[in-house]
Ligand binder design. Structure first.
Ligand SMILES: C[S@@+](CC[C@H](N)C(=O)[O-])C[C@H]1O[C@@H](n2cnc3c(N)ncnc32)[C@H](O)[C@@H]1O
Length: 303
């Protein structure tokens, strides 16, 4: 029993040690399948105690003592069921992120990709980026900052728009606020901090509106991507998301992302997130420590 479960059991009168519902193998399988069906996330057996504590905490909040009752509520099509789905998904998904998490990838996007002869800036003046699994916003803000800074110092006049999506409504709401504790900004180059953040109290900074207004935060489950009208992206960033999915789901998601890229567009993944994946529409970009694929120009695959 982990510390949280122990605390619930010992400090609250509704459960005693003997009554504590612990998931047996069948119950774990039931929840595991449900999560995988709905989110694509595959919960391994070593996450059983994590799932158990989260279920217990939530049941305790609702005053429920039987797992069966919670399961029935969860799968019901009622408003309460929908709320439970939101709450649990939010608690079971990992939102770990930080500003400038993958400097190599940002460098590829900001310098090499934009300045190269075949880069997207040239005969177009708008850049559309999609941050897939954006968590609390650090990733889409980092991309927007790098591109905005780069465009400004190079006198490139263009429009920059970032679509930032995640399955977690709570994470998206934090991203939309654009307020971060100073500790979370320690990774940020000082010139970016000065230019793009405003202190709002002793401990917190807010991202400037000129960047914040360029990000469109939206809740989107990657399992429902078919219903989302997203297309013609110049850059798609999908880092540290695929690791939670089984290989066949990763491949399906990647193929769907490629179909949303413009010819010449760039798909950026986290290092090592997929191996031996091939899609005839893209070619891997050779860049040390960065995993990225470029969509071929139309005439290269139309024959
Ligand atoms: C570890 S964070 C990565 C954040 C950011 N991309 C980064 O690299 O710093 C993974 C994010 O993927 C989101 N996620 C997990 N499953 C998802 C799904 N089925 N649809 C959309 N987002 C999902 C989680 O909510 C979480 O915010």
């Amino acid at each position: 029993m982990n510390a949280v479960t122990k605390d619930i059991v010992e400090n609250h009168s509704c459960w005693t040690l003997n009554e504590t519902p612990v998931l047996n193998d069948d119950e774990f399988c039931l929840w595991q399948n449900l999560m995988e069906q709905r989110t694509g996330i595959s919960l391994s057996v070593d996450r059983k105690s994590f799932l158990t504590s989260n279920l217990l905490i939530r049941m305790h909040e609702l005053g429920l003592t039987q797992l069966d009752d919670y399961y029935k509520l969860f799968v019901s099509n009622s408003n309460a069921g929908i709320i439970e789905w939101e709450v649990l998904v939010d608690r079971l998904t990992v939102h770990e992120t930080r500003f400038f998490r993958d400097k190599g990838a940002l460098e590829l996007v900001g310098k090499n990709y934009l300045t190269s002869k075949t880069g997207i800036i040239g005969n177009q003046n708008s850049i559309q980026i999609w941050s897939v699994g954006c968590a609390t916003g650090e990733e889409p803000y980092s991309i927007a900052i790098v591109l905005d800074y780069f465009m400004r110092i190079n006198n490139i006049d263009g429009y920059l728009g970032v679509f930032a999506s995640d399955i977690s409504g709570t994470a998206i709401a934090k991203g939309y606020m654009g307020v971060y504790h100073r500790n979370r900004l320690s990774n940020l180059p000082i010139e970016y901090l000065k230019e793009y953040f405003i202190p709002i109290d002793l401990d917190h900074y807010k991202i400037v509106d000129s960047i914040r207004n360029r990000i469109c935060f939206s809740k989107l489950n990657l399992m429902n991507m078919n219903n989302a009208c997203i297309a013609d992206m110049d850059i798609i960033y999908c880092q540290n998301v695929l690791i939670y999915f089984k290989r066949e789901k990763r491949i399906k998601i990647l193929d769907q992302l490629v179909s949303r890229l413009k010819p010449g567009g760039l798909l950026v993944l986290g290092p090592g997130e997929i191996t031996s994946w091939q899609n005839s529409l893209v070619k891997q970009v050779s860049e040390n420590n960065v995993l990225a694929f470029r969509r071929l120009e139309e005439n290269k695959y139309n024959g």
